[in-house]
Design a protein around this ligand. Structure first.
Ligand SMILES: [Zn+2]
Ligand SMILES: [Zn+2]
Ligand SMILES: [Zn+2]
Length: 124
């Protein structure tokens, strides 16, 4: 039992790691062994988020996407980058380019999570 759990985790982690775009539950389910059920995928993904291995993106389509964290320090799990969702191919990616956000002067920003949708370079 314990061994199977570990290998499911590993399989999902490898998938997220090797994917150049963020993945939603459906995409993950399609690309892992049939023995890994939906509930397990949910549980493992939440665990990865807690462990600061992946970050969650809520798309403008209302779906949750998960992306592997590249440079999260152990304490800081901040993702001050926008995400881009292509309405053509459905790809969701992390935009590396830093975006400046201006807030009212007495507000302090901790984190932001923005999604831009449109067409990616392959689809435009
Ligand atoms: Zn992170
Ligand atoms: Zn596209
Ligand atoms: Zn991201």
């Amino acid at each position: 039992m314990k061994r199977r759990k570990t290998s499911s985790q590993k399989e999902i982690l490898e998938l997220l790691k090797s994917s150049e775009s963020a993945l939603n539950h459906e995409m993950i389910k399609k690309n892992v062994s049939d023995s890994i059920d939906r509930a397990t995928i949910y549980r493992i993904l939440n665990r990865f988020c807690e462990d600061k291995i992946v970050h969650k993106i809520v798309g403008d389509d209302g779906k949750q996407y998960f992306a592997f964290c590249i440079n999260c320090e152990s304490k800081k799990h901040n993702h001050n980058h926008f995400h881009f969702r292509c309405v053509g191919c459905g790809k969701v990616e992390c935009l590396e380019k830093e975006v400046k956000v201006s807030l009212p002067s007495d507000y302090t920003m901790h984190n932001f999570n923005g999604v831009i949708s449109g067409f990616c370079s392959n689809c435009s």
